[in-house]
Design a protein around this ligand. Structure first.
Ligand SMILES: [Zn+2]
Length: 254
């Protein structure tokens, strides 16, 4: 944690300072070492919020891009009395949850239900080597794709990829007329809004179950939004600028 209550005020850690956890009121001690960013920890290893992940530098860095009062914001459900600390809450009330580790699907559902208006940012660096961003796709809602079914791409494919047309194959039970994606590459280039095929080897399947937007952070200048592309099971990732995302949500890009 970066904030604890000291004499009732949200405070950052200072050497020797003792505070109280904003969620459970348990005493917290300041950890002011040289290796990791100064932070607060519960005295005697207490886990007050079961959703709270052990913070990594990645978490701390993301939070540092947002204003003080947007970080670690405690949330109550007035009817159930449930209380959790959101990683980032923007001025518009959007919750941004930073997730480094895999989690059980019950927890994903519970967190989405609790916060409702939220976005996941996933530390994708641990699986970057298994995640291949492939060829460009047109936007899923454009006219061009109305009569197109794309074949999924694999990173070991040698060809350009392909598609077929429902209009040419009204009953596609067996073979369909195959088109190379090269036939429409100029149109795709013109319509392009950041969508790409991808192949995720040994995927963290939990992220396909999310109902809130999932943005993958591979550590570069872009975030990649994981999204269903069509109703036949094709998924895409859509590129977005990390700096633009941070600025749009009230943060300060580096
Ligand atoms: Zn606590």
């Amino acid at each position: 944690m970066q904030y604890a209550l000291v004499s009732g005020q949200r405070s950052t850690p200072q050497p020797g300072l003792v505070g109280a956890c904003p969620a459970c009121n348990w005493p917290t001690v300041s950890k002011c070492g040289t290796k990791v960013m100064w932070h607060w920890a519960h005295k005697a290893r207490r886990h007050c919020d079961p959703w709270w992940e052990n913070e990594t530098e990645w978490h701390r860095h993301w939070k540092s891009l947002f204003p003080d009062d947007a970080r670690e914001v405690a949330h109550f459900d007035a009817t159930t009395g449930e209380k959790h600390v959101a990683d980032i809450k923007t001025e518009t009330g959007l919750i941004i949850e930073l997730q480094h580790s895999p989690m059980p699907s019950e927890e994903l559902r519970a967190r989405e239900h609790f916060y409702k208006n939220m976005i996941w940012i996933v530390d994708a660096r641990p699986f970057a080597g298994q995640f291949h961003i492939l060829g460009k796709l047109p936007p899923p809602d454009c006219d061009l794709v109305e009569d197109i079914v794309f074949y999924p791409q694999r990173h070991r494919d040698t060809g350009p990829g392909g598609f077929w047309r429902p209009s040419e194959n009204p009953e596609p039970r067996g073979l369909v007329l195959y088109h190379s994606i090269n036939e429409i590459s100029k149109e795709i280039e013109l319509l392009y809004q950041g969508h790409h095929f991808f192949e995720w080897i040994r995927p963290r399947a939990i992220w396909f179950d999310a109902t809130a937007p999932v943005l993958l952070d591979f550590g570069g200048p872009c975030l990649w939004r994981l999204r269903a592309y069509d109703d036949r099971g094709l998924w895409s990732v859509q590129r977005t600028s990390k700096d633009a995302f941070i600025a749009e949500n009230g943060g300060n890009p580096e």
